[in-house]
Design a protein around this ligand. Structure first.
Ligand code: NAG
Ligand code: NAG
Length: 179
């Protein structure tokens, strides 16, 4: 059955040569695909946040929050915005888990502090991402020697308190300082 079909196809190909020519102007010719094995630009080396770094960040943040006597929620995400670690300190607001997560994911997504989301597009970006992006203060990108490895978000205090606690998290893991 397969042989018969294959032969018919060959016959059609031969008989239809003229037809192919008449369709030529309608055919878009694509450039040949380069072989995968010779294309190193398809891949790049990565640096990732280890769980020991996440623990250090959470501990550094909690220490700073305790010193300020402001219970906080702290969320650490990887460069894709997936949660690696989180702590809700005793006395912090439970809904701050949502804002702290949004801050961390925003920072990881834009590779910048959440408060640097331009004000004139902040609410539209928030709506377009179902609240994933926020311009609230307290979200910082986690970078190691300029390489983005994640984000940290802090919520439950005032904006400036959240920011200082997030900075303490970065410092505790030896990450680049971010304003
Ligand atoms: C972060 O945002 C600030 C303010 O818009 C800008 O000056 C800075 O270049 C941004 N940083 C990065 C790494 O994009
Ligand atoms: C993030 O920003 C830093 C600092 O400007 C830069 O070195 C790095 O290349 C950026 N990373 C990405 C993934 O955009």
């Amino acid at each position: 059955m397969f042989l018969v079909s294959a032969c018919s196809l060959l016959w059609f190909a031969a008989a239809g040569e003229n037809n192919v020519e008449s369709y030529q102007d309608k055919v878009v010719t694509l450039p040949p695909l380069p072989p995968l094995s010779t294309n190193e630009q398809f891949y790049e080396p990565t640096v990732r946040l280890h769980h020991s770094g996440v623990l250090a960040m959470l501990a550094g943040a909690v220490k700073q929050a305790e010193d300020m006597e402001q219970p906080q929620v702290v969320v650490v995400v990887d460069a894709s915005g997936e949660v690696l670690g989180e702590i809700r300190m005793t006395g912090s607001k439970f809904l701050s888990r949502k804002s702290a997560l949004a801050k961390a994911r925003t920072a990881a997504s834009i590779n910048n502090s959440s408060h640097n989301v331009p004000a004139h597009v902040a609410s539209e970006l928030s709506a377009a991402t179902q609240g994933a992006i926020t311009s609230l203060m307290g979200g910082l990108p986690v970078r190691v020697e300029g390489i983005l490895v994640g984000g940290v978000g802090v919520g439950s205090g005032h904006g400036f308190q959240d920011l200082v606690v997030a900075q303490a998290a970065l410092a505790a893991a030896g990450a680049d300082r971010v304003e």
